[in-house]
Design a protein around this ligand. Sequence first.
Ligand code: ADP
Ligand code: MG
Length: 264
Amino acid sequence: MFIELKNIIKTFGQGDSKTTAVNNVSFNIDQGEVVVLLGPSGSGKTTLLNIIGGIEIADSGSIKVADHQVDKMTDKNAVEYRREHLGYIFQSYNLIPNLTVRENIEIGAYLAKKPLNIDELIDDLGLTKHANKLPMYLSGGQQQRTAIGRAVAKNPDLLLCDEPTGALDSQTSKEILVLLEKVNKKYGTTILMVTHNELISQMASRVIRLKDGEIVLDQPNENIVAAEALELWETHFIRELKGSLYQILGNTWLSLYFSSLYVA
Ligand code: ADP
Ligand code: MG
């Protein structure tokens, strides 16, 4: 077993304001799995991811990742654990603004024991043409690609993704998901991805569903859909809706409005 969580509990606050963010959660993940952690806002997804990432400390329970007992680590060990094993991707890209795409990615490989070849990685990310640009000159999708590059450059065993497509339109979301799938296939990286989007869970090899901090479902996915073939609802639904609205209204304001929505 690569990840082993047993009876994890995490509360915030005290007395009347006490919140149980994670309530007695146990699950295991094998190496190479793509697991989607699904649940509505406030269900404890980020807290759980941060506990696995050694950023947040659980009140009780045990957590083991590779051969590290994460719940008993000192700060120094936690830094080494994260450096050696983990890549982290967030909804916000958190790139360093005064470094280029290449430099942002190189930072991820800094001090790594077995870093990837940066040129090949930049090529895989489709960023070769943009390698010398600063983040402010990139689209949202290109920034998230760079953030993936930074997380993957050290060749981590585990990639923790917290709503990685949360700020992106559906087409760009799909490109990012295709890329994560490629990382999993090419490097065997285990991926744990948090999302509230049901449709994304179709690409997972396993889906764990959270509600109010508790697991309500933990099931292998029998019908894995390739990221490329995902029908993210926005693509389908908004396209239909746009089509109808154009037919009815057909004015330029509407097209200006919609194009403004997709400028990242
Ligand atoms: P999700 O990522 O699923 O939206 P979170 O893990 O962020 O959920 O939050 C789960 C619950 O824990 C929420 O009720 C949230 O308000 C609470 N919570 C999370 N972090 C903190 C914190 N640092 N202090 C107090 N409450 C928190
Ligand atoms: Mg969250």
